[in-house]
Design a binder for this molecule. Structure first.
Ligand code: AMP
Ligand code: MG
Length: 397
């Protein structure tokens, strides 16, 4: 049985990013740039006022208070009709273009409007005050983003300010999701004797969507060779196939056999972890195939640990792990099985540091325990007792 670290290495080394596509900016959230972005414009494009106030010539306001005549108003989106002359001011709004001759803007709060078309300037300011210069956010010709940059809302904003309606990104994988189990029924079906509702399909689809990949749900396959073969064959047409259930050693756990028959090259089956031990990873041609265990907690935990890194890599992400977070454990955890444990935990901030406790008994069919949890506590293979007060690694959920 292989360890989690080796399993992740095998998975990540088996996949690389899919090809690139041109996509509309507003569909690019969560995707990864497949091109460098060089600015073709200055942002902002012109010098403009940082506050509402009066455009002045600072050599006119060395001695204050001083009275200037207000000769024009410049609203945002408009420009002055002439330049600013000595003894003059123009009323100016935030974002409006600075008029020629003006070298500073006095904010409204430091002025007093007089009713005869004049303004009293109450404070002196230096040149450049309240002026946002062209190109101070992004200068023309600068490389703003490098290929491989993940697009969050703020990157989308930067691309919009550069006028990029379309961007080149790595294609998102289509992810086939197949649930297996003769006991599993869909939500719209009657829950008859011996049957349970299909929660895994919904969890998996949500997990796939959450990172910006595209789930394609294939339904439920019975624990039957024929049904499994036809549905898995369908699933192997997508970029990635994920199955849940039927991967353990029970008499009707047939997924491994069917994968083999269909030509999936099995890279490993069973990992030295808990929960989720019977995880399978293989390749069909170059496509990753994951057989996840059916217990709902195992399904979600193994997806997060092993499937998600693969999907992120296919999407062009270069870093797929969370920044290491450590918290002080508030209770003792004992385990003697030599496995890496992912313990459902609740982390909170107390007196300026992070403390974490478990959600209680860690059985792998209790899905509500994952709902109570806001993190997974990682207990490495070799640890047998972790005492209260020790620091542990956590991953936020
Ligand atoms: P298996 O991995 O097929 O042995 O299933 C392990 C446990 O998970 C069994 O109790 C199954 O009934 C349950 N299970 C399997 N598939 C699902 C599913 N799609 N939704 C909820 N529970 C499931
Ligand atoms: Mg089963």
């Amino acid at each position: 049985m292989i360890n989690a670290a080796d399993a992740i290495r095998i998975i990540v080394n088996s996949v690389c990013s899919l090809g690139s596509v041109t996509t509309a900016l507003d569909r690019s959230l969560g995707m990864v740039l497949a091109e460098d972005i060089v600015s073709e414009d200055d942002v902002p494009p012109f010098d403009n006022a940082a506050m509402d106030g009066y455009a002045v010539r600072t050599d006119n306001i060395r001695e204050v208070p001083v009275i200037l005549s207000v000769v024009e108003e410049i609203a945002a989106g408009f420009t002055a009709t002439r330049s600013l002359q000595p003894g003059e001011a123009m009323s100016i709004m935030t974002g409006a273009k600075i008029v020629q001759g003006c070298d500073a803007v006095v904010q409204l709060e430091w002025t007093e409007s007089l009713d005869d078309g004049q303004v009293k300037i109450l404070r002196t300011i230096s040149a450049g005050h309240n002026i946002r210069r062209a190109g101070t956010d992004i200068a023309k010709g600068v490389k703003v983003f490098t290929k491989g940059q993940a697009l969050r809302p703020q990157e989308i904003g930067v691309l919009a300010s550069l006028g990029r309606r379309f961007v080149e990104v790595y294609r998102s994988p289509s992810v086939a999701i197949l649930t297996t189990g003769s006991e599993v029924v869909e939500l719209h079906q009657q829950l008859s004797e011996g049957k349970i509702r299909n929660s895994n399909a919904h969890v998996l689809a949500a997990l796939v969507k959450k990172i910006g990949a595209e789930p394609r749900y294939l339904g439920i396959a019975k624990d039957d060779r024929h049904d499994l073969t036809s549905k898995i064959t369908e699933g192997l047409k997508e970029d990635v196939l994920i199955t849940s259930g039927g991967i353990s050693v029970g008499k009707y756990d047939l997924v491994l056999e069917v994968f083999r028959e269909l030509g999936v090259d099995i890279k490993f089956w069973k990992i030295n972890i808990r929960p989720g031990m019977p995880l399978l990873f293989g390749l069909y041609e170059t496509k990753p195939v994951f057989g996840l265990p059916g217990n709902p907690v195992s399904t979600m935990v193994t997806f997060l640990q092993f499937v998600q890194p693969a999907l992120l890599r296919l999407m062009g992400h270069t870093s797929d792990r969370q920044v290491g977070i450590r918290a002080r454990l508030e209770e003792e955890i004992i385990k003697k099985d030599g496995k890496r444990h992912y313990v459902r935990g609740i982390v909170e901030s107390r007196d300026g540091s992070l403390v974490v406790h478990t959600t209680g008994p860690q059985v792998s069919n209790i899905l509500t325990s994952l709902s109570k949890a806001n993190c997974l506590i990682i207990i490495p293979e070799e640890r047998e007792i972790v005492r209260a007060g020790e620091e542990v690694e956590i991953e936020l959920l």
